[in-house]
Write a protein that binds this ligand. Structure first.
Ligand code: UD1
Length: 372
């Protein structure tokens, strides 16, 4: 059996690592890894391959940045050639990025079976580019590998036949379980010193007396008024209360600079480079609180028990919400709501929670489903 898996951006790399390792145990499977190149910086891409032991991609499409149509279009043109040359039995895509959607369309048009890891997640918000990618990919997929029971229900409601849906659990947690011990050996202060974006003398950082921010969604960073009001709150009341560590995404950095907010942010918040997997995991293990608009971090916080203020109006990962046993609270991007929930969660204890089948063995169940 020949399988091509296609990945393009940081969260994809984290999810493909355990699958690559699991497939290596099956000599009857020929596995090719394609990197579309949507993320290309060393810190957004190469470091994840090296740190997570992901093999060198067999093919690199070097798509790079661009508008959505440019990224999807360029990926489709380049990936079509790969599929035509390699004639795989399966194309496996992960997550919800532009590469996921682009490679799915190509696979189906080339009459190749398509498997989607992380199928069935729905935010219900078609303003999110990721939601469009999820809808298109799941509509086309032959094998829909779901991370939780809610996702399976979403697919059934959309009319997906039962035999296409396989509940396998969350593959991100395979990576987390495999990498926790290595992350735990890192020292928080050392990480911060090494990754500081702006060289400065820092007072000693309390090991668990800090919060971590990550933010890159268009809904939070692309509109100057929204970004400005978030920055006001973060650099004001919150930064005065707790040291804030912010590993900054390239898209966010550019917007802060364009909107004239860079100076204000860099004076009050400890800005860091985009972090490696283990460094981020280490900070998450010790953080008092996470403020994020990332999908993956909601899940990691849930398993680690870190109180998580999810700066979005909705989530495709409701299984991580506090009302469902997790640690995440939706706070959107309204400063008053964020402030209120921040105060409530500021001293919340860690409450680790593992949804069903988030047990570190998802990759193996995926391989079994593909072989079946
Ligand atoms: C993408 C995914 C999102 C995921 C996120 C993780 C889509 C629609 N979105 O968003 O689901 O949560 O990745 O990071 O696919 N850039 C660099 N270096 C890089 C990559 C990007 O500088 O290595 C800059 C580029 O200028 C680019 C911008 O960041 O224009 C945004 O990158 P892009 O790939 O368009 O989407 P993300 O916002 O990263």
């Amino acid at each position: 059996m020949k399988i091509i898996s296609a990945v393009g951006a940081r969260p994809n790399f984290i999810k493909i690592a355990p699958l690559c390792a699991a497939l290596k145990r099956y000599p009857e499977v020929e596995h090719l890894l394609v990197h579309t190149g949507q993320h290309y910086d060393v810190r957004m891409s190469d470091s994840f391959f090296a740190d997570l032991g992901i093999p060198e991609p067999d093919v690199h499409l070097n798509i790079g940045s661009g508008s959505h149509a440019e990224q999807v279009g360029r990926t489709m043109i380049a990936f079509e050639q790969v599929v035509r040359a390699e004639k795989p039995d399966w194309v496996v895509v992960v997550g919800d990025i532009n590469a996921t959607c682009a490679c799915s369309i190509v696979a189906k048009k080339e009459h190749v079976k398509l498997a989607h890891i992380e199928a069935g997640l729905r935010s219900g918000d078609a303003d999110m580019p990721e939601e469009i990618n999820r809808l298109v990919t799941d509509r086309l997929a032959d094998l829909l590998l779901t991370p939780d029971r809610i996702s399976g229900e979403n697919l059934r409601r959309e009319g997906v036949p039962e035999e296409k849906i396989v509940f396998v659990g969350n593959i991100m947690i395979d990576t987390l379980d495999a990498q926790c011990a290595r992350a735990r050996k890192l020292d928080v202060t050392e990480i911060v010193k090494r990754e500081l974006l702006i060289p400065q003398e820092l007072p000693p950082l309390p090991q668990d007396g800090f919060a971590v921010i990550t933010m890159h969604r268009p809904s939070n960073v692309d509109r100057p008024e929204t970004l400005r009001s978030l920055v006001e709150l973060l650099t004001g009341e919150i930064a005065n209360d707790l040291p804030l560590l912010w590993p900054i995404h390239p898209r966010t950095r550019r917007q802060l600079e364009l909107d004239g907010l860079w100076e204000q942010v860099s004076r009050t918040i400890i800005l860091l480079n985009p972090l490696g997997y283990h460094e981020m995991l280490r900070l998450n293990m010790n953080a008092k609180l996470m403020l994020t608009d990332s999908g993956g971090l909601q899940e990691e916080c849930c398993v680690l028990g870190t109180p998580c203020l999810t700066m979005r109006g909705n989530t495709e990962r409701p299984v991580t919400l506090k009302e469902n046993g997790g640690t995440s609270r939706l706070v959107g991007n309204d400063p008053d709501r964020i402030r209120a929930v921040y105060r409530e969660e500021r001293n919340s204890p860690r409450r680790p929670f593992r949804p069903e089948l988030w047990d570190g063995h998802t990759a193996e169940r995926i391989v079994q489903a593909l072989l079946r």
